[in-house]
Design a protein around this ligand. Structure first.
Ligand code: ADP
Ligand code: MG
Length: 247
C-alpha cells in the first residue's frame, strides 16, 4: 500500500484548463479522520482522507459495506464532525462551526437522499417536499414544492401519501425534498439500495439530469453499476480513499 502517501494536497476532481473560468470548490477535505472507540476497540472509520469536489461535479464514492462510506457521508453532510483534519464547505471551515451553524448548512445548503427515503407517512408528497422550507416565511412554499415534484416527474402524484406510492416514486419525492431548497450539493447515500432495477435506473437518470442542469452531486454506493453513472469514482477501503484506476 501507499503508506504515508496520503498527501495533504487533495485530489482535484477535474483539471482546470488554462483560461477557463475558475469553478468554485464545494468540498475540501484535508487529512480527515474519524475514529470510533478506544484501545483494542478503536475503529478508524475514515482514515486520513483528502478530497476536493468542485461545483457541478458528479462524484461517486464506492466501497464495500463497512468501508466507511456512511461515516464519510455524515462528515460531508455536516451531520458529524471529524476527529481530526480540515473540512471546508464552500470555502467555510466546518471544523470550527457550532451546532447552530452546522444545522444551517444542513438545512439550506445540502440536500440529503437516503436509502430508506425517510418520508413522513402521514403527509402528502408535496407536504413532505415542503418540509425543508418551513423555516422560511415564504408564501410560495407550496409552489416551490410543486416545482420540485415536477422536476422528478411526479406532478400527477403530489397529493399521494408515501404508502400510496411505489418505492421509486417515494425516492423521487425524497429527491424533490432534497432539491427544493436549491442546495449547493446533493448528497445521496445508497439511494437505489431499496429499489428494483427499473426504479434504480429512473432514480439514476434523475440524478444524472440534475447534474447536467448544474447540480453538484455526491453519490455513495457499494454498487459499481450505480457508481458508473458518475463522472468520477473514488473507492473507499478500510476508511481510505483512492481514485479508481481506469480500466
Ligand atoms: P459503510 O457505510 O461503508 O458500510 P460505515 O461508515 O457505516 O461503513 O462504517 C465504517 C466502520 O466504522 C465500520 O467498521 C463500522 O462498524 C464502524 N462504525 C460506524 N459507525 C460507528 C459508531 N457510531 N461507533 C463505532 N463504530 C462505528
Ligand atoms: Mg453505509
Amino acid at each position: 500500500m501507499e503508506a504515508g502517501s496520503a498527501a495533504a494536497e487533495p485530489v482535484v476532481a477535474a483539471p482546470v484548463a488554462p483560461g477557463a473560468d475558475v469553478t468554485a470548490e464545494i468540498i475540501r477535505l484535508v487529512d480527515v479522520s474519524k475514529v470510533y472507540g478506544s484501545g483494542d476497540a478503536t475503529v478508524h472509520a475514515v482514515d486520513n482522507v483528502s478530497l476536493a469536489v468542485n461545483e457541478g461535479d458528479f462524484l461517486a464514492v464506492m466501497g464495500p459495506s463497512g468501508s466507511g462510506k456512511s461515516t464519510l457521508m455524515h462528515i460531508l453532510g455536516c451531520l458529524d464532525v471529524p476527529t481530526s483534519g480540515e473540512y471546508r464547505f464552500a470555502g467555510e471551515d466546518v471544523s470550527r462551526m457550532n451546532e447552530r451553524e452546522l444545522a444551517s448548512i444542513r438545512n439550506r445548503r445540502i440536500g440529503f437522499v437516503f436509502q430508506q427515503f425517510h418520508l413522513l407517512s402521514s403527509m402528502s408528497a408535496w407536504r413532505n417536499v415542503e418540509l425543508p422550507l418551513l423555516y422560511r416565511a415564504a408564501r410560495d412554499r407550496k409552489q416551490m414544492a410543486l416545482n420540485a415534484l415536477a422536476q422528478v416527474d411526479l406532478t400527477s402524484r403530489v397529493q399521494h401519501r408515501p404508502n400510496q406510492l411505489s418505492g421509486g416514486q417515494q425516492q423521487r419525492v425524497a429527491i424533490a425534498r432534497a432539491l427544493v431548497t436549491d442546495p449547493t450539493m446533493i448528497l445521496a447515500d445508497e439511494p437505489t439500495g431499496n429499489l428494483d432495477s427499473r426504479a434504480s435506473r429512473e432514480v439514476l437518470e434523475i440524478l444524472t439530469g440534475l447534474n447536467k442542469s448544474g447540480h453538484t452531486i455526491v453519490l455513495i454506493t457499494h454498487d459499481p453499476n450505480v457508481a458508473g453513472v458518475a463522472e468520477r469514482v473514488v473507492e473507499m477501503a478500510d476508511g481510505r480513499l483512492r481514485d479508481r484506476v481506469a480500466a
